[in-house]
Design a protein around this ligand. Structure first.
Ligand code: ADP
Length: 417
């Protein structure tokens, strides 16, 4: 067994997964939350390993439930991340699998911002910690929280390599023409203002999974990947390299999201500051937390919006149309940047579960050889699948993303060297 522990740390919570890299099967997962608040909570789920059958193949899975062994929850005060890791270790000791019998050979950490400095998964040293800390200037909500998790995890697992996997890394292949904002260049340089792109771990995983699924060399494929979750971004991938992506200096730019506006004329902010007396913090809050689908129609969850559309709610109808309109604009832009596409993939909560979004986003692209098969698109199948017709020039896929597995793979790649 080759267990790798993956940590995704936020400011008041962290998620973890223990993955056996021999089979890439998940052994356990959990969530420690409300750290530093009165009463914290911890949830730990253990997955039974599929039993080999007489033929030697893995047992027939009938969905995740077959593998689900036990889920335990606890409520207790968790003053800081270090205490949180103690709670996680207790959960492994009580619920298994035993970390003493099979300790993780490495720990992989999701880090949101790697700036222009980190373009690949990186073994964490004290110097790397300092760099991640310093990059907190560019991602004040994320990097300090990621670092708190790294520091606590290094105390909990002092003897194994820890590896940072950056959300921005995959987009370090963007050309200057794609990442440069047309503003005063000296000012931009002194503040490191440029487009960085995010969700890179997912875009990399999905574009590689698509190529493997189709049995075609990654190097030959032009791909567009729509990652549509609460946060949403789209990336143009040429030969496995990110060449354009919709998120920019921060994860605010681009598509319409659950609570974020995506693209907007910056002059709207000057106007609101002047006319409404809104402060910088007010505007930050408005665009990041009170806009997108929430701002337009009162919920950040696309399922609510769809239900409201069904009821004939005009706000929800407009919100849905705005969402689709933006997807189309980017699909067209990236077809132009790539000079056409071989594959278009949809992933994450909305991308994997909302056939109507997929169909509406691509319905005008018949001229570019994109043809969705209605039955395939609406099929309740899970897993990676084709939703275009056999005649479609562009293959359209649904590809369930797995950022934790991608982090574990990259961690093993560094730690196993
Ligand atoms: P996050 O960005 O938080 O990781 P996810 O990728 O898990 O988000 O996506 C969460 C979002 O997916 C939800 O807010 C919801 O809008 C959407 N979603 C989940 N299931 C469905 C569904 N069946 N139909 C439409 N949207 C869905």
């Amino acid at each position: 067994m080759t267990p790798v522990l993956v940590i995704n740390s936020g400011s008041s919570s962290f998620k973890y997964q223990l993955i056996d890299m021999d089979s890439e099967a998940i052994l356990a997962s959990g969530l420690v939350e409300r750290i530093g608040e009165g009463l914290g909570a911890a949830e730990h789920t253990v997955y039974a390993r599929p039993e080999p059958t007489a033929t030697g193949a893995a047992g027939e899975p009938s969905g995740m439930a077959t593998f689900l062994d036990a889920k335990r929850t606890r409520e207790l005060p968790i003053p800081d991340h270090t205490a949180g890791f103690g709670v996680m270790l207790d959960a492994f000791a009580a619920g298994g699998p035993s970390l003493e019998a099979n300790p993780p050979i490495a720990v992989g950490h999701r880090v949101v911002h790697g700036g222009a400095r980190f373009f690949e998964p990186t073994l964490i040293t004290p110097l790397v910690e300092i760099n991640i800390d310093e990059l907190g200037v560019l991602a004040p909500l994320h990097n300090p929280a990621n670092l708190a998790g790294i520091r606590a995890a290094r105390q909990a697992f002092p003897d194994v390599p820890h590896v940072a996997v950056f959300d921005t890394a995959f987009h370090q292949t963007l050309a200057p023409a794609a990442y440069t904002y047309a503003i005063d260049d000296a000012l931009a340089a002194s503040h490191r203002i440029r487009r960085y792109g995010f969700h890179g771990t997912s875009h990399k995983f999905v574009s590689e999974a698509a190529a493997a699924f189709l049995g075609r060399p990654l190097a030959e494929l032009k791909q567009i990947v729509f990652h549509l979750g609460n946060g949403a971004s789209v990336t143009a991938v040429d030969g496995g390299r990110s060449v354009d992506t919709s998120m920019g200096f921060t994860p605010l730019e681009g598509l319409v999201m659950g609570t974020r506006s995506g693209d907007i004329d910056p002059a709207v902010l000057f106007h609101l500051a002047r006319r409404e007396g809104m402060t910088i913090d007010d505007l930050d809050d408005l665009l990041n937390k009170r806009s997108g689908m929430l701002g337009l129609a009162g919920s950040n969850d696309l399922r609510d919006i769809r239900a409201a559309v069904e009821r004939g709610d005009p706000r929800a109808q407009l919100a849905f149309e705005v969402y689709v309109h933006r997807l189309r604009s980017y699909a067209g832009a990236y077809l132009a940047q790539l000079g056409g596409a071989d594959v278009i993939s949809f992933t994450a909560g909305v991308g994997e579960n909302a056939p109507l979004v997929r169909a509406r986003a691509l319905e005008t692209l018949g001229f570019a050889g994109v043809e969705i098969d209605r039955a395939r698109n609406e099929s309740p199948d899970r897993g990676i699948r084709v939703i275009s017709t056999d005649a479609s020039k562009v293959t359209v896929l649904v590809v369930p993303t797995d950022e934790e597995l991608e982090i574990a793979r990259q961690t093993l790649g560094v730690a196993g060297r």
